[in-house]
Ligand binder design. Structure first.
Ligand code: PSU
Ligand code: MN
Length: 301
């Protein structure tokens, strides 16, 4: 069912490092036409670290693991491309539809293809007002039952960060800070929340992955929370102000469900003069590089 590109298939077969990349961030998380350049740049960053990128998306009802040039262009530029969580995959396949995959769908497909390391920007999580809306990203539940390592910059500050960390604890998903004992806040190096475990090298991350397999107590993921460097973070004051505006605008516009995340991200980009985009890109680049190093450590026995 999965269409695994030749390059990715060969790398997996010969146990060379592979890094899965999600496509929702390209199709729905970044403004066009910049998004296509970023998508290419992220793949290039993985290659520079000696790993093979496997960007994942569904095209005409077929789940692709590893995209060619034109396929990446479709994901970045096609009008009306859907946003697919893991629950949407069978529906998209049966309908012959095309869509970008979120963390949950990407992790599910990557694990299905035998890829162990995945880089993204920020995970989905528990939304503010969750007690009323019940809006919790399907990313969390999927990571509770999928053996994959996700390198991310924490979760977006548009979410309820303490509630998200609590859900990850309840769901039994391992979380470690990379080089920090603070949980990163995506645009910010520190969300204000602590993490219990700190990993400092790709080899240490790989050691945890091996321990997961050796213990075999569950099929859950490992979240490696890698902060954006302080020099590249969004000014915390600007962040607090613009985020408050964005949340207000979202509530007033009546946007709900899947559309909430893209709405808030777009608002932040437009009202920070691109500074949120710069911080976003710095975070994703750092994650992609680290994921490639983790994949290299993982494939070294
Ligand atoms: N973080 C970003 N940009 C994004 C997302 C997260 O920097 O576009 C996407 C991811 O694909 C994540 C999804 O899996 O948002 C979560 O959406 P939802 O809340 O609808 O589950
Ligand atoms: Mn959501």
């Amino acid at each position: 069912m999965l269409v695994v590109s030749e390059e990715v298939r060969e790398a997996l077969d010969s146990r060379r490092p592979v890094v899965a990349l999600e496509s929702t961030i390209i199709a729905h998380g970044l403004p066009r036409p910049r998004n296509l350049r970023v998508a290419r740049e992220l793949e290039e960053a993985v290659r520079r670290e000696g790993a093979v990128p496997a960007t994942i998306a569904v095209l005409d009802g077929r789940p692709h693991v590893g995209l060619g040039k034109e396929q990446l262009e479709r994901v970045a530029g096609e009008d009306g491309i859907r946003k697919l969580g893991h629950r949407d995959l069978p529906l998209a396949v049966a309908a012959g539809a095309s869509g970008a995959t979120t963390v949950s769908a990407t992790a599910a497909l990557a694990a299905g293809a035998g890829i162990r390391v995945f880089a993204t920007g920020g995970l989905g999580g528990v939304h503010r007002e969750w007690t009323v809306t019940q809006d919790e990203s399907a990313d969390l539940g999927l990571l509770a039952r999928t053996r994959i390592t996700v390198v991310c910059a924490g979760v977006k500050s548009i979410l309820d960060v303490p509630a998200t960390l609590q859900r990850l604890e309840t769901l039994g998903v391992a979380v470690a800070g990379y080089g920090t004992d603070r949980f990163p806040g995506f645009y910010l190096s520190d969300s204000g929340q602590p993490v219990d475990w700190t990993l400092r090298t790709p080899e240490q991350v790989a050691a945890v992955m091996r321990a997961q397999d050796a213990l075999g107590v569950s099929e859950s993921a490992l979240i490696v929370a890698n902060p954006v460097p302080v020099e590249e973070q969004l000014d915390p004051e600007v962040h607090a102000r613009v985020l408050a505006d964005a949340l207000r605008a979202c509530a007033e516009s009546g946007v709900t469900g899947q559309a909430v995340t893209p709405f808030l991200l777009d608002h932040l980009v437009r009202h920070t003069d691109g500074a949120s985009l710069s911080a976003n890109l710095a975070a994703v680049r750092g994650n992609v590089r680290l994921a490639a190093r983790v994949a290299a450590a993982w494939t070294q026995v």
